[in-house]
Write a protein that binds this ligand. Structure first.
Ligand SMILES: Cc1cc2nc3c(=O)[nH]c(=O)nc-3n(C[C@H](O)[C@H](O)[C@H](O)COP(=O)(O)OP(=O)(O)OC[C@H]3O[C@@H](n4cnc5c(N)ncnc54)[C@H](O)[C@@H]3O)c2cc1C
Length: 430
């Protein structure tokens, strides 16, 4: 008989949340993490290139704070959370100058019209088109390229021609965005600290046998037997065969993994060389008006938390191409974009050295978060459907139908998976 009730693969937000939920109910839990650190895609670092300031490689905001359990938990624990509405000013640069009030009003109007039209299209009967195909059908507007770049390539991390419109509609970010002052990864590890004696770091699971009455997980520390397992690794890791399953996963689960490829959102951070802050207020977002849809795009978050660095965000195909080309290519792109925004002043404003995130090439993630192909929005629920009477369940950001790609989605699906696994364990008699 196994000593462990539930084995959890991956100690990101989902794994940590499942472990906490189960431990509170008295379950014996093994939380198995491949990396030498917990937190997964919630990861705060203090790089020397940024003078030791906190830098979140992955998640940074508590989105949809009104329905985000991690925001509620933080407030309950007395955590300080910065409401970014006060600083989230957007600055648009057109032909090297700040957009006029009239241009900004035109941008806001275009965004509103576009959003209304795309929602109507998504809600209409008929096949689910891609985001790009739905936008093709609308009268052109000079701001469409930017809005598409932000909605699809940054927020959904996906190529607009491959992103399900139905999924974009279901997962739009709404409500308040909160920022933990010392970094999101640090916040997650405080709030979801692993229960005592549950976490094994540097313990990758290479194989999961789920055909018998127990599940058996192969790790370099030996086989771990448990009554049930929850798998929280990214769909990128699953699709690449990072864990082999015996028996093979059923067609429904395998098809869901194939229909949920990983998108990529990357960041490049540069530190100010001196006092010049480019006349940008702390926390603002800066974008260049694109000339055409599909043009490589980078939006900058300037001086976040009042620190002396800017963070460039780039996603979709641009991010994949730069991930393949290497760190120097991402740095070159960021510096070139800053020069297009601020002219020669930008070259003097930033110090040498950058931080570039590596989610696309990291073998434990292979992307930033999952997006469904057109027609495949139901894949999220399919992936979350328990197998073997609850002995094997998948959880994590990819599984949530309306909070996908967020820590809130990861946490909520993990609690559901934990409940399923616990029922399966109790059904067997403890
Ligand atoms: C650049 C970027 C920006 C983002 N911004 C935000 C944001 O502002 N707000 C927000 O809410 N969300 C954001 N997200 C998304 C958010 O980070 C994720 O949705 C969430 O952290 C995913 O948690 P998870 O537990 O599902 O997966 P993960 O964090 O990926 O956890 C899975 C864990 O499994 C481990 N693992 C992999 N393979 C194995 C194996 N074989 N054996 C054992 N362990 C394994 C991994 O190392 C990892 O720790 C962002 C993500 C990125 C990349």
């Amino acid at each position: 008989m196994s000593e462990i009730d539930v084995a959890i693969v991956g100690a990101g937000v989902a794994g940590l949340a499942a472990a906490a939920w189960l431990a509170r109910r008295g379950a014996r839990v093994a939380l198995l993490e491949a990396l030498p650190r917990a937190g997964g895609r919630a990861f705060t670092d203090h790089p020397a290139a940024l003078g030791g300031a906190p830098f979140d490689h992955g998640a940074s905001w508590l989105h949809n704070a009104e329905r985000n359990p991690l925001a509620r938990l933080g407030r309950w624990r007395g955590e300080t959370l910065i409401d970014t509405a006060r600083t989230r000013r957007r600055i648009s640069i057109v032909d090297g100058r700040r957009a006029s009030e009239a241009e900004l009003a035109a941008r806001d109007a275009a965004a509103e019209v576009l959003e209304t039209a795309l929602i109507a299209r998504a809600d209409a009967p008929g096949p689910d088109p891609s985001f790009a195909a739905a936008l093709d059908a609308l009268p052109p507007n000079p701001w469409h390229a930017n809005i598409e770049a932000i909605e699809a390539t940054l927020i959904a991390a996906a190529d607009p021609a491959r992103l399900s419109l139905a999924d974009w509609r279901a997962n739009r970010l709404e409500g308040t965005n909160l920022l933990p002052p010392d970094g999101f990864g640090a916040y997650v590890l405080r709030l979801l600290a692993p229960p005592p004696r549950t976490l094994s770091l540097t313990t990758p699971v290479s194989r999961l046998d789920w055909g018998g009455h127990e599940v058996v997980l192969a790790t370099p520390r030996g086989a771990i037997r448990a009554k049930a397992a929850i798998v929280t690794v990214s769909t990128g890791v699953l699709a690449a065969g990072g864990i082999s399953f015996a028996p093979a996963l059923p067609d429904m689960t395998a098809a869901a993994i194939a229909a949920l490829p990983m998108g990529l959102l990357s960041k490049v951070a540069l530190r100010a060389a001196g006092e010049d802050r480019l006349d940008l207020p702390p926390g603002c977002f800066v974008e260049r008006r694109l000339d055409a849809r599909g043009e490589p795009f980078m939006a900058f978050n300037a001086w976040p938390r009042g620190r002396d660095h800017v963070i460039g965000f780039f996603g979709g195909e641009t991010a994949w191409a730069l991930a393949r080309a290497g760190t120097q290519a991402a740095e070159d792109f960021a510096r070139a974009e800053l020069t297009r925004l601020f002219g020669a002043r930008a070259a003097r404003a930033f110090a040498p050295g950058v931080v570039v995130t590596d989610w696309g090439s990291h073998p434990r993630f292979l992307g930033a978060y999952a997006y469904p192909l057109p027609g495949a929005a139901s894949a999220r629920r399919a992936l979350a459907t328990p197998l073997a009477e609850g002995r094997l369940t998948f959880a994590g950001e990819a599984c949530h139908p309306t909070l996908a790609g967020t820590v809130a989605g990861a946490l909520i699906t993990a609690r559901m998976a934990a409940r399923t696994a616990w029922s399966a364990v109790k059904g067997k008699g403890k």
